[in-house]
Design a protein around this ligand. Structure first.
Ligand SMILES: *Cc1c(COP(=O)(O)O)cnc(C)c1O
Length: 415
């Protein structure tokens, strides 16, 4: 039969993109409504679902004050309110060997928007971008929509998830525009040493590519390594860092993030990248003016113990997560998480009867145990799982016990 729509000649071209949201929706459909076994979500990175992860009253009051002042009901300049840009510059400069100015900061609608903005600005016909594997799928999905070729370099589990820098050099060519680093690591939970960060910066410099540093977890670290922002190496190579209120202040719904240009040598300016960011920012949607109005007070007044308390909660959760996982012989955990809100574990499928792969594992786990975890294949690592631990410890332990029960039920080992 003749296709009556053929004359339109249209086709959704990008059906190949996968996002965490899509996959979790699919897995969630398997969960049975069961009051005995309420669903435990170890799949996403939204801590605000748990009452122990509530933002500081300082932030709530700042938004309240901004609202009542009636000063933030209009449009903000495209790059953000000057006072908000200045406040972010000051906040970030505390950890840098030089000062950022208001001009170096662009306010965005969360880090997700910052990702879109910088990838769009750098895209050009024939270009390619280097992304980590395992990684954060938004980068790849945007690149697909931009017709930007993606080349994946490996993070090495046996080396604390450090970047395989020889692999990076081998992948890059004259059409490579940028590489992405996520530190503290999502999904790996790793925190890079200053020595490794310096090597990364030197590699980017040698290749003449932009170094995009996703630092949405910033100082939410709880292992041996202190968090060092990539901008510290801005004089080695220009660094575009991405930040957000979502994770550090536990308010992903507020949609406020930023791009910070750490480029004391002015390379991004000279090459026209800075101008292009300004132009694209002019035509892309804004973060709400209200939250922008609150950010100076939030950054200035957030008490230190608010952050240290979140770090304590995350450390406890990470330890509970790791100690439960190493008790489950069907899962291998190469490293105890040291930062951020998730960890990667490898599935020993040889020991499990009739489970095909990571996706099959996650679907059946949701169906039988009402526990959601993310299959590693979404992140580029087949037959691994990403477990998010930004939950209260009781739910986390219950979730891991159910994973253990599930594995035992499907075991082919004689125990
Ligand atoms: C959560 C997250 C983002 C997105 O942050 P939003 O500010 O909520 O848009 C970006 N990158 C990584 C690695 C994340 O974990």
């Amino acid at each position: 039969m003749e296709n009556k729509f053929a004359k339109w000649g249209l086709k959704g071209q990008k059906e190949a993109t996968v996002t965490i949201r899509d996959i979790l929706e699919t897995i969630k459909k398997q969960v049975k409504k069961d009051d005995e076994k309420p669903m435990i979500h170890l799949g996403h990175g939204d801590p605000s679902a748990y009452s122990c992860f509530r933002t500081t009253p300082v932030a709530e009051e700042a938004v309240n004050r901004a609202l009542r002042s009636a000063k933030f009901n209009g449009y903000a300049p495209a790059a953000g309110l000057p006072e908000s840009r200045r406040a972010v510059a000051e906040f970030l400069s505390k950890d840098l060997p030089y000062k950022l100015s208001e001009e170096d900061i662009f306010i965005t609608a969360g880090a997700a928007h910052a990702i879109e903005l910088i990838l769009t600005v750098l895209a050009r016909p024939g270009a390619n971008i280097l992304l980590p594997r395992p990684g954060y799928p938004s980068y790849e999905a945007h690149s697909t929509f931009l017709d930007q070729e993606v080349r994946n370099f490996d993070l090495l589990p046996e080396k604390g998830w450090e970047i395989d820098l020889d692999g990076v050099e081998a992948l890059a060519d004259d059409n490579t525009v940028a590489m992405v680093v996520i530190n503290p690591g999502n999904p790996s939970g790793s925190v890079f040493t200053p020595e490794h960060l310096q090597k990364i910066a030197e590699t980017a410099k040698r290749l003449g590519i932009v170094l995009i540093s996703d630092e949405v977890y910033y100082d939410l670290v709880f292992g041996g390594n202190k968090f060092v922002p990539m901008g510290v190496f801005g004089s080695v190579t220009p660094v575009v860092s991405l930040g957000t209120m979502s994770k550090r202040w536990l308010v992903p719904g507020w949609r406020l993030g930023w791009i910070a240009l750490s480029d004391p040598n002015g390379i991004l300016k000279r090459t026209g990248i800075t101008d292009c960011i300004k132009k694209y920012r002019n035509i892309s949607p804004d973060s709400t003016t209200l939250i922008q109005g609150a950010i100076p007070e939030i950054l200035e007044k957030t008490p230190k113990d608010f952050i240290s308390n979140i770090v304590v909660l995350l450390r406890e959760a990470a330890e509970a997560c790791y100690s439960n996982i190493i008790e489950i012989p069907y899962l291998d955990s190469p490293q105890k998480p040291e930062g951020a809100m998730s960890t990667m574990v490898k599935l020993n499928l040889d020991m499990l009867e009739g489970i095909e792969d990571d996706m099959d594992f996650c679907l059946r786990l949701a169906k039988e145990e009402s526990v959601l975890v993310l299959p590693g294949s979404v992140l580029g690592l087949k037959n691994w799982l990403r477990i998010s631990f930004a939950t209260d410890v009781a739910s986390l332990e219950e979730g891991l016990q159910r994973i253990k029960a599930f594995c035992l039920r499907h075991s082919n080992m004689i125990m």
